[in-house]
Structure formats: structure tokens, C-alpha cells
Design a protein around this ligand. Structure first.
Ligand code: ARG
Ligand code: ZN
Length: 462
């Protein structure tokens, strides 16, 4: 873990610069919202004092000059009286900030953009902050060495945000605990396309530039927001029950992707039968080239793949729509609730399609997966180890132990019940253990949690 710094220098300065009583012309006595949410792994991710309802992003990108310019309109509700609040933004140049249409003072320090509205904001007030910004967005190297934020691809770029990369392309409350609806408008040179989450609600080409608009009505954690810019073959279809499917594939990957992407409706229907109603208004996939990013990401409604995915990875990223995007880990300590479930979905897919049973997969990992016991699934040692096998396969093993304890029928009910209980919300590990315990009264889960979820070293053979 990295040392905590409770408040950014920027906030301290903003507070000092405030009028004597910390009170603007409105008569409200606000205080600064704070520069982080005390996430155990990313203490400065997200910000205190408000809750975002909606992001309106209007972007323009020129791959040749690598220049992004944008206006972000963030609609939020103050959860306390505010004299100032922060947004997270890494890199880029801020040109103007307004709050409810009036010019606001602002200051930047590291990833914190501190905004001081002309009048303090009432607790409970809905306010609208707009940030005009531009520049060459940064690529962020994660603690584990992978790249996120803004990635340059062979024919464009892509914004990928897990865990903290979304602050490289738009200012926001970048923590999984604050989900919001999105509308995105993006203009790129004609011949390229920009593909994002949700539904494509408009596309027009004018003066050599193509503008497309994308709408996500259901709440989205900002790390699952994406925009992929490049040459894409776009295909639109619907599942048998009417869910729109939009895939965008780099023409170079078209041949290798065709058969596997054609299975999206079948996978979504299989998952829906197991996990409960599909949480969003559309689905699909984005396929870039293999060299464009080293990993796949469950970007909401439309997972991102660097190269044609294999079936198992496609199942994994689609399962994340329920576990990760609809039921979102409350902090990064709870990431096993996304990765463990998505990995277990792969095991279940195998089991249901004539492959190994989940029991067999569990036994194999138990016998051979020595790296699984490096740390407990619910307690990664630091931000460099959030996306490793103890979280993925180790997390899946926790779920299999729950299944062994409650039996197959109760486990199926639990998969659906858990996704229903926190649909479009957030949940932490304690919520999960309490939910399981409540669903199976009289069963003692203490040793299971102690050994498989929080224990260090290899648990005793079940
Ligand atoms: N959540 C992604 C998956 O489902 C992996 C994200 C990897 N990100 C990272 N910084 N290592 O597999
Ligand atoms: Zn995953």
C-alpha cells in the first residue's frame, strides 16, 4: 500500500484562499470536499463531497496530431456543503471551468483539479460543472506494468480505464464507488470511427469529419468507460429477445474474430439464464489489433479486446457486465468480486458446454496452482497485485467452495440473487459474505472465509 495523504496541497491552498468564514456569497458555509475517497490502493482516486449523476463528454480527436480537445459537463449532487471540490484529471491542459454556468476558480496539483465555485454549494444541491480542456492525453503505466489511460493504436487511439486510467481522458470522480450515466459525442477524421459504450444514437459526416454520439443510461463505473478510435468494421444485430448487439472490429482482425463474435448472443443468453436479466440496453465488443493493448477489458456493454478474443476471454468479459459493471466492487480491495466471478463464469461455461466440470478445474488449480496462494483473494498486498491469479482463480475457488457448501441449486439462486441485490450498485466483500450467510442459515462459513478468502498460504484440502 502507498502512504495516505488525506488532503492534496491544492485543497489546503484552496481552503486558505477562501473567504474568512469559508463562505461564498450564497450564505452557505461550505468546506472543501476532499481529494480522495481513502481507497486502500488508490487513496487519491475519486473525491469527497459529491456524487456524480451524469457525464456529458463532447470530444474531438485528431490521431495525426494526437490532440484531444473536449468539454466535460459533470452533473453531480453535493453530499455536504462545499466551498470547493476536486475532480481527477491526469495530464491535459484545462482552459476553463464553470459551475452552473458561472466562471469558477480552479487549481491543479498532480491528478487533482480543485474547483472553487463562485458561491458555496448547499448540501443536497445538484450542480453542473463544465471543464474545457485539451492536449495530448497521457498513457499511464500501472503499478503492475500494464498500460492504461490513453493508448495510441496502429490507426488511432483507445481510452482504457482500469483501475485509474479514465482520468487521462476526462475529468471526473474516478472511483468505482461513484457510478453515473454517460452521453458522449466524439468527432474524428472521416474514414475513422469512434466506438464507445451504450447505444449509438447518431452519426454524421460533415466537412471531412465524422461525429458520433453514444448513450449509456445505466450507471457505469468510470473505469469501464471507453472510446476506441480507428478503422473499424461495425456490425449491428439483435439477440432473439431484442437486445442490440454492436461489434466494432479492426479490419485486420475481421477474419479471426468473426466466428467467436457471432457467439455473443448465445453467451449473453446463457449468462442471463444463470446470472439474471442482462443489466444494460445493448451489448457487443470492440476488437483492436493484438499490439494495441496487452489485455482485454470489460468496458461496459462492449468489452475491449486487443486482437480476436478466444471464447473463454469473451465469456469472461461478458460475465463482467453482471459482476463488475452492474455489481461493482466498492473499492479496489473488493476487485475479486469482479474477477473471481468472471473467472468462475469461464469455469461454468466449460462445465455447461461439454468441457471440464468446475469441480475438475478447481481440483486442477488446487493441485498445481502454486502461485494462487501468494496472497489472499480479498487482500492483495498492493496495487501491483490487483489483477493476479490469487484474485482471479483464487476468487473463483472461493465461489466454488461456497457452491460445495450450499449445493448446486442454492448456488444458482445465489448467483442470481447477488446480482439482483446489488444491480447497478456497488458491493464489498463484507456485503458478499453477509449475503451468503443469510442465504444459507445454519451453515458455518467462518472457516471458508478464514482459509480461502482471507487466509495466507494454501488452504487445507476441502
Ligand atoms: N479487468 C480486466 C480483465 O477482466 C483486466 C484489467 C487489467 N488491468 C491492469 N491494470 N492490469 O481481465
Ligand atoms: Zn476480468
Amino acid at each position: 500500500m502507498r502512504p495516505r495523504r488525506p488532503f492534496a496541497l491544492a485543497v489546503a491552498l484552496a481552503a486558505l484562499a477562501a473567504p474568512a468564514a469559508g463562505c461564498g456569497g450564497s450564505g452557505v458555509h461550505g468546506t472543501p470536499g476532499g481529494s480522495g475517497l481513502r481507497d486502500p490502493y488508490f487513496p487519491k482516486a475519486g473525491n469527497g463531497g459529491y456524487d456524480v449523476r451524469h457525464y456529458g463528454l463532447v470530444l474531438d480527436y485528431d490521431p495525426a496530431g494526437r490532440r484531444l480537445s473536449g468539454t466535460a459537463t459533470v452533473t453531480a449532487r453535493a453530499t455536504k456543503a462545499l466551498s470547493a471540490f476536486d475532480l481527477d484529471l491526469d495530464g491535459l491542459t484545462v482552459e476553463e471551468v464553470t459551475v452552473d454556468g458561472r466562471a469558477a476558480r480552479w487549481n491543479r496539483a498532480g491528478q487533482e483539479l480543485t474547483v472553487r465555485p463562485p458561491d458555496d454549494l448547499h448540501r443536497g444541491a445538484t450542480f453542473r460543472v463544465t471543464v474545457r480542456y485539451s492536449g495530448e492525453p497521457v498513457t499511464i503505466t500501472d503499478h503492475d506494468g500494464s498500460e492504461e489511460g490513453w493508448l495510441h493504436t496502429a490507426d488511432g487511439a483507445v481510452g482504457l480505464g482500469e483501475p485509474t486510467g479514465s482520468m487521462a481522458w476526462f475529468p471526473g470522480n474516478h472511483h468505482p464507488s461513484d457510478k453515473a450515466a454517460y452521453d458522449l459525442t466524439i468527432t474524428v477524421p472521416k474514414g475513422l470511427r469512434a466506438v464507445s459504450n451504450g447505444e449509438l444514437t447518431g452519426e454524421r459526416t460533415e466537412g471531412g469529419r465524422t461525429t458520433s454520439t453514444w448513450h449509456s443510461a445505466e450507471p457505469m463505473p468510470s473505469h469501464a468507460a471507453t472510446v476506441a478510435i480507428g478503422r473499424f468494421d461495425v456490425t449491428r444485430a439483435t439477440t432473439r429477445d431484442g437486445l442490440p448487439v454492436l461489434t466494432a472490429v479492426d479490419p485486420e482482425q475481421a477474419g479471426a474474430s468473426k466466428a467467436v463474435l457471432a457467439r455473443i448472443p448465445e453467451i449473453v443468453e446463457w449468462a442471463r439464464d444463470l446470472f439474471g436479466p442482462y443489466p444494460f440496453s445493448s451489448t457487443g465488443a470492440i476488437v483492436d489489433r493484438p499490439g494495441d493493448a496487452g489485455y482485454a477489458l470489460e468496458t461496459q456493454t462492449r468489452p475491449y479486446f486487443a486482437g480476436a478474443p478466444d471464447l473463454s476471454t469473451l465469456v469472461h468479459e461478458l460475465a463482467h457486465q453482471w459482476y463488475g459493471n452492474s455489481v461493482t466492487p466498492k473499492t479496489w480491495a473488493d476487485v475479486w468480486l469482479a474477477e473471481g466471478f468472471a473467472t468462475y463464469a469461464e469455469w461454468l461455461w466449460e462445465e455447461d458446454h461439454g468441457g471440464d466440470s468446475a469441480q475438475h478445474t478447481f481440483d486442477t488449480f488446487y493441485a498445481t496452482g502454486e502461485d494462487l496462494w501468494a496472497f489472499p483473494p480479498a487482500e492483495p498486498p498492493d496495487a501491483a497485485h490487483l489483477f493476479e491469479s490469487p484474485v482471479y482463480q483464487g476468487g473463483a475457488m472461493v465461489l466454488h467452495r461456497v457452491r460445495q457448501t450450499v449445493g448446486d441449486d442454492a448456488f444458482r439462486a445465489l448467483l442470481r440473487g447477488w446480482s439482483a441485490a446489488h444491480r447497478h450498485g456497488t458491493a464489498d466483500t463484507a456485503d458478499f459474505t453477509a449475503y451468503v450467510e443469510k442465504s444459507a442459515p445454519g451453515k458455518d462459513f467462518t472457516p471458508l472465509w478464514k482459509e480461502w478468502l482471507y487466509g495466507s498460504g494454501k488452504p487445507p484440502r476441502p
